[in-house]
Design a protein around this ligand. Sequence first.
Ligand SMILES: [Zn+2]
Length: 71
Amino acid sequence: MPRYEYRCRTCGDTFELNRPMAESAAPADCPAGHDDTVKLLSTVAVGGGSKSAPAPQTGGGGGCCGGGCCS
Ligand SMILES: [Zn+2]
């Protein structure tokens, strides 16, 4: 079940809730009982697979070794 993060605008607390995706936009009461909360951008990892960052091309030249000029 995805986890969502909320912030209470009354007391400034942030809290997390595990709830179905269908209820992600539903109002959530903060642990102190306030209902003036906003949903934060969640860092939900559903299955993963989005960790493929392009490999940085470090090193000296400008692609010389790809063209066969490095004998
Ligand atoms: Zn609160």
